[in-house]
Write a protein that binds this ligand. Sequence first.
Ligand code: GDP
Ligand code: MG
Ligand code: ZN
Length: 344
Amino acid sequence: MPEFDLDALGWNDELAENLTPGLVPGRVAAAHRGAFDVWTADGAVRSRLPGRALHDGLDVGVGDWVGLGDGLIRMVLPRRSAIVRNAAGLTTTAQTLAANVDVAFVVSSLGPDLEPRRIERYLVTIWESGANPEIVLTKADRLDDPWPLVAEVESVAIGVPVHVVSAHTGRGCDALRARVPAGTTAVLLGSSGVGKSTLVNRWLGDEVMATKETRSDDDEGRHTTTHRQLLTLPGGGLVIDTPGLRELQLWDVGSAGLEAAFADVEELAADCRFGDCTHEHEPGCAVLGAVESGELAHERLHSWRKLQRELHAIAMRHDALLRKQELRKWKLRAREAHTRTRLR
Ligand SMILES: Nc1nc2c(ncn2[C@@H]2O[C@H](COP(=O)(O)OP(=O)(O)O)[C@@H](O)[C@H]2O)c(=O)[nH]1
Ligand SMILES: [Mg+2]
Ligand SMILES: [Zn+2]
């Protein structure tokens, strides 16, 4: 079993100070249903959360540093960053897609499927996470002139670097690889089929991750991207490959992510006549003025409102959930107190 150099995985003094003495440190390299692959100085181990932690809703993601005791994950060390979404479905549960990442690549393929609205959604989540977003546009070989699409993406990704690559011709791949120097961790996020695993394989110089073409019956040994997987790149640096997300539901994130992702709208809003302008109908609204003059795309304002409403709804649901949990705890305590009085 290969051993891991924890320092190369990003282990540092601050993490060490936070580790409860006696626990074995490790980094979560893969999350399977209920089980985790954890890389430790003694090699990779398969671990899980104790029942109690599961009950408390402890959320562990790939990239997390954890402390192991008796083979179980006993603690999650403080995170430098965390990309969190609301778990798919109707519940209100945080799901960490990746933790302790420095750069998050939002990957889309150049072509008719390119979705600026989806990119905005990713950016809100990433700006909130503590990681730096960068945009990767793949399959550049399929277009004679990618630049109109690139310009469209740049208009919704204020201040975010946009990379144009082709994993087939190699265009832009080395420059992108250089964004993940030794000691840092990147994550690739984006829909299924945009070429994330192909890019990772190119960096690894090997077909480690199964891609659409390589997925077949004799692929047993390969990691299909059905789960999130941490990989070490030759020459240092780590990358987390992820399966495509069918939906990226925002988590209860506060407004910083939205403000950063929509810096253009926020800047305009500062010039509205009324401080509490809703940018719906007010006179002297700089945002509506900019839409009118064509300076701001109407879709952009529409998208901003939609995401804002979504965040609000999630915050409300989350609050309601917390209230319910509080009430349950309170009832439990009251019942315990009652039992104690009777026993006395
Ligand atoms: N033309 C072209 N196709 C690519 C490129 N990168 C990946 N693909 C193809 O896109 C499909 C999906 O790739 P894959 O890496 O599995 O996507 P993932 O789901 O994002 O991991 C495969 O058929 C790849 O061969 C590229 O740079 N150019
Ligand atoms: Mg893949
Ligand atoms: Zn306004």
